[in-house]
Design a protein around this ligand. Sequence first.
Ligand SMILES: O=C(O)CCC(=O)C(=O)O
Length: 270
Amino acid sequence: MTNNLTSCDSKLEFERDGVELARGLLPLVDVETIRDTFMQQVESDRLALAADDKLAQNDILSQYPRFMQPHRRRDLSAGLVARKTMVDARITQIVTRLIGAAHGAQSMFYFKPPTARGQAMHQDNYFLRSNPETCLAAWIAIDDCDGGNGALSVVPGSHRMEVVCPEESDASESFTRGLVRPPEGMTAVQTEMNAGDVLFFHGSLVHGSLPNTSLDRFRRSLIFHYVPTASKEISRWYLPMTDLSTGNDVFIGEAGGGGPCGESWEGGAH
Ligand SMILES: O=C(O)CCC(=O)C(=O)O
């Protein structure tokens, strides 16, 4: 992916770029079900699945917190929708083509309403620590998104670099602390996606998003991380994983020791 992600004709080469865009993978009817189920959940109980409970009350993200691991909550409609989508063959067939047989390790839902901060550039496997194989993200656009409402930016080719220790991010732009700059000579590409498009990307790919500067457009996304069955260990926050055929829990070893930052590795879900 050397130019941009907006061209319908782009033949995105996962090996070269570390990213592949599947346009229109989920039909709007499915996307609307996901959107409405998560909106009902956040409006009825915003804390049931919230990850960040220390947000200031005047931070719009405290009204629309990111939901983490919803697929684990079989008692909630949002949990059932997340679980169903995680194992959806339209997605898992692409996962298998890109990384071979895999387990589901993580689900997340971002609401990202107007004015919400984004997430500074980072590499996912810094958090998951899947080893010896890295993870793969499937980022599902629930709304049409572009730079204006804080769509994702990716750095094609950056997946070839090691996972590195992040520096401090700008807290006025990012709700997460770590920042990984693009490797020298590489630049970030702003994605533009329509609801139902799915972006697959490698666990070392540098990516992130800027604030939603639109006045009235949410930028919702449902995100999964998959880990090859060949991986032997992962950070404990992602255990148990999910068997994509049976839905059963899967346990592998816990990644121990320090990450690329040694003891200052930020444990936990990203
Ligand atoms: O959607 C975003 O703004 C960031 C999501 C992300 O970086 C991720 O899923 O790893």
